[in-house]
Design a protein around this ligand. Structure first.
Ligand SMILES: [Zn+2]
Length: 339
């Protein structure tokens, strides 16, 4: 627990980042007035039901709120406080802002200013570029999923071009099946469309609702079909399509399509050898992450120049400890991992 001149910043073992006992972020703390959620991933929506019951406000970006409900987490209107990026709201004597984070669509950092002018920034999950940097914050609470020095993906920023090219090439062999976590699927659909991949996309019910939510928020998702629909069946007969599956369905990939010329693609952040590695002529593991790698984590801290860094060890574990030590030893930055 850190006593700083800004009042208490705390991380519970449940993963709640708590500011001044008033606001809990990405986890529940009894007695807070407000709960904020940075993005839709499971490890950031812990305790959501309790927060909705007990805290007066639930704060998130409008898109995160809508994606939560698309994924079946209902937040009643009298609790829901939509906060657009950059808009300041107050919670007693705290000022709170959400800032854009490049992670999954809707993701935000949480920036807090206390009545005595101290500033706290919690990154949530993020990668660079596209995540706002706030220079000179007093306390930076950060995610360091890839906090080990050997966890680097030098090609990370080029994946924006490499992945669409790989998908395009693979489509000349047959349909492409992509396996990834929720959130990353949405991110990749937007990326493919941005890079002019116009192939029909097939997804199941929950993900279909998620993508339609993005469309309502003005994102271009192109032709997206619900996997059980007549249109999807017709597209499958033609054989020119991209189908998205959950990460864990990779294990069942061979039964996904019987005897076809499909290409199977697993997206994971834990591939550090090359941008992608073919296992067979039709199975490829792609190094695609929505988190900063080690190099980006260090860049982020050096650009932010915080007075104190608290690395979230409730999610980062050993990597969080290694990363905070590295900041101390290599750059003399006051840093530690907590809890
Ligand atoms: Zn995440």
């Amino acid at each position: 627990m850190e006593e700083c001149r800004c009042g208490r910043v705390d991380i519970d073992s449940t993963g709640a980042i708590v500011v001044a006992d008033l606001l809990s972020v990405d986890g529940h703390r009894r007695g807070v007035i407000a709960r904020a959620t940075t993005h839709i991933h499971q490890d950031h929506i812990r305790g959501l039901k309790r927060s909705i019951r007990e805290a007066a406000m639930h704060i998130a970006s409008p898109l995160t709120h809508d994606l939560l409900s698309a994924y079946g987490h209902h937040i009643p209107y009298y609790r829901r406080v939509d906060v657009s990026y950059g808009t300041k709201i107050s919670i007693e004597d705290l000022y709170v802002k959400l800032l854009p984070a490049n992670h999954v669509p809707g993701a935000a950092e949480v920036y807090v200013e206390t009545s005595n002018g101290a500033t706290i920034l919690y990154t949530g999950d993020f990668k660079l570029p596209g995540t706002e940097i706030v220079e000179g914050v007093d306390v930076l609470v950060m995610d360091a999923t890839y906090g080990m020095p050997e966890w680097r993906r030098p090609w990370q920023q080029e994946m924006e071009y490499i992945l669409p090219d790989l998908v395009d090439d693979s489509l000349s062999k047959g349909p492409v099946h992509i396996y990834a976590y929720n959130g990353k699927i949405e991110e990749v659909v937007l990326l493919l469309r941005r890079m002019n991949v116009v192939t029909p996309i097939i997804v199941d019910g929950k993900r279909f609702r998620g993508l339609k939510t993005l469309e309502r928020h003005g994102y271009k998702i192109g032709e997206v079909l619900y996997s059980g629909s007549q249109e999807a069946l017709e597209v499958k007969r033609d054989g020119w399509y991209i189908e998205f599956h959950g990460f864990y369905e990779w294990r069942r990939r061979r039964s996904t399509v019987n005897g076809s010329k499909a290409v199977h693609m697993l997206l994971t952040g834990w591939e550090f050898r090359a941008p992608y590695n073919w296992l067979t002529s039709r199975e490829v593991v792609v190094s695609f992450s929505d988190h900063a790698d080690f190099t980006q984590l260090v860049d982020y801290v050096l650009q932010t120049k915080p007075r104190l860094v608290i690395v979230d060890a409730s999610r980062g574990g050993t990597a969080a400890r290694v990363f905070s030590e590295y900041l101390k030893q290599r750059y003399g930055i006051r840093a530690y991992a907590y809890p």
